[in-house]
Design a protein around this ligand. Structure first.
Ligand code: DQQ
Length: 528
């Protein structure tokens, strides 16, 4: 009940209890969405890892089934770690996953459904020949050879798959090829590697259309697509956009993408995985959103880890970045709309948004600024996260901060602020989006780190839009129509249940216009 569990999410996915981390092998099969995830059946902390399994008709409501993959062979007896599904010809799913063998080594294993006519795919049969890939002496056999991707089919009829690894400090995606999905041979060169990036966890590699928002199957290649390479490292999911040279089997990042700089999300979001949804013809992304609380508190509440709202993902018209947006289905949960008329938000003004359930809401707000001459000048490029922590929501400038105060307690002892600030940098306008957790809870044991990202919008010609999904302990924000995403976890002690309040605020000295403010309470999804 929500009084004992004020932080439990109402529409972000989580199993009934215990620990989860990475989403694994998402796919659509027989009209159902399948989501697997790293799961500890015994406790709210990492350990005893199996593949938890849940299914959904709409990516919103989920039914949890028994774990699909759990230790049972010498090749996975110490754990069933991350991996992916591939749909083989004839629409036959296959799971490639990392097993921890009896020696503690990381190896790659194959499993297939026992009964293809069961839409729930409850039972999975492991290949007796497992493991199908073991590290060679080159790779860091013991600790760094894991997380196979969805495989793709080349023109030559051979499958390719990536496995995350590193050589000394160089992170890389190792490439393997197979004719029959059983016998895999390592290619001489990795698909791609970068120096000093460390181990690449959970790589993902897939095509995106150059134009438009639709997705394509993972095996598609040609002039009409770009390729995205994503790797998880240093607690963050980085990506590059580039092209896949199928003849040489290498990835070539576009100009400006020669290093891992761009991120799916600039908050807490890790080990994500995408899949092609052949129902709605889109690419959908799932990501793990870890807790920001201490382990003792996770044990007390009996669970840890959630999955971010599934996001449709495509390339922005500029070609320079990806755009992510919550799948449309989530809007079915919207209820009791509150629409405020366009209005001026004065410098220093706090505008309460009444009539929505402030702990369980979807808010869309757009701002327009007229006097950009007043933007603060930034002399040196600074990491946006550092800029956001130096200039929190209470530090005034001429233009901003302005945005939303969520999970605000009466009297504002607690609040989380998601806001914009505009700078002038090298004579251009630079828009910063921040998610400031520093005042989110009186319980200072929580990780209260502030997050920040630049949003590639031109505030003179475009609205500054922000959509924030609020869900008890989640603040999942999409700035600039999905051009910058920041997810945060917060654990207010006062601003819980019906005590939480929601505001729009402008802490700058100049007025800004709110051109749109729509908010909805969100119904509880049927999860579990
Ligand atoms: N989590 C899994 C690994 C992966 C890591 C283990 C990423 O396979 O590299 O639970 O969070």
């Amino acid at each position: 009940d929500s009084n004992d569990q004020p932080y439990r999410t109402a529409y972000h996915f989580q199993p009934p209890k215990n620990w989860i981390n990475d989403p694994n092998g998402p796919m659509r099969y027989g009209g159902l969405y399948h989501l697997f995830y790293q799961y500890n059946p015994q406790a709210a902390v990492w350990g005893n890892i199996v593949w938890g399994h849940s299914v959904s008709k709409d990516l919103v409501n989920w039914t949890t089934l028994d774990p699909a993959i759990f230790p049972s062979q010498p090749s996975d007896i110490k754990g069933c770690w991350s991996g992916s599904t591939t749909l083989l010809p004839g629409n036959k799913p296959a799971i490639l996953y990392t097993g921890i063998d009896s020696m503690g080594h990381q190896v790659q294993n194959l499993a297939k459904p026992k009964n293809l006519s069961d839409p729930f795919l409850k039972e999975w049969v492991k290949f007796p020949q497992n493991p199908l890939m073991a590290a060679t002496s080159d790779n860091n056999i013991e600790s760094d050879f894991r997380d196979p991707t969805t495989a793709w089919l080349g023109q030559d009829g051979h499958w390719r798959v990536l496995v995350g690894s590193k050589r000394r400090t160089r992170g890389m995606a190792l490439l393997y090829r197979s004719k029959d999905f059983v016998n895999w041979v390592q290619a001489k060169h990795p698909l791609y590697s970068t120096k000093d990036s460390g181990m690449w966890e959970c790589p993902d590699f897939f095509p995106v259309l150059k134009n438009g928002q639709l997705g394509v199957d993972t095996s598609v290649n040609g002039d009409h697509v770009r390729h995205v390479l994503k790797a998880s490292m240093k607690s963050q999911d980085y990506y590059m956009i580039g092209s896949y040279n199928a003849a040489k089997d290498v990835f070539l990042p576009d100009k400006g993408f020669d290093e891992f700089v761009s991120r799916y999300d600039y908050g807490k979001y890790y080990a994500s995985k995408s899949f092609f949804d052949d129902g709605k013809k889109r690419r959908v992304l799932f990501g793990w959103v870890d807790e920001s609380s201490i382990e003792a508190d996770d044990i007390k509440k009996g669970w840890s880890g959630i999955i971010g709202i599934p996001r449709a993902m495509w390339v922005h018209d500029s070609g320079k970045q990806l755009v992510q947006w919550p799948v449309v289905e989530i809007e079915e949960l919207r209820t009791n709309p509150v629409n405020l008329p366009p209005q001026v938000l004065k410098g220093g003004q706090l505008l309460q948004i009444n009539g929505v359930t402030a702990t369980q809401a979807d808010v869309e707000i757009s701002f327009e600024v007229s006097k950009l001459i007043e933007a603060e000048v930034l002399d040196n490029w600074t990491d946006p996260k550092i800029l956001c922590s130096q200039k929190g929501s209470s530090i005034k400038s001429e233009l901003g901060p302005f945005g939303l105060l969520v999970f605000a307690s009466e009297g504002l002892q607690e609040f989380t602020s998601v806001f914009f600030r505009i700078f002038k940098y090298q004579n251009k306008n630079l828009v910063l989006l921040c998610s400031d957790q520093s005042r989110s809870s009186l319980n200072k044991n929580n990780d209260l780190t502030t997050y920040g990202a630049f949003v590639d919008v031109e505030p003179l010609h475009e609205k500054l839009s922000l959509r924030t999904l609020i869900d008890h302990s989640v603040v999942e924000s999409f700035g600039g129509e999905g051009r910058a995403c920041i997810t945060a976890r917060v654990y207010p002690t006062l601003a819980i249940n019906d005590k939480a309040q929601l505001y729009a605020f402008n802490n700058g000295t100049s007025d800004v216009n709110i051109t749109r403010l729509s908010a909805w309470s969100m119904k509880k999804a049927q999860i579990n």
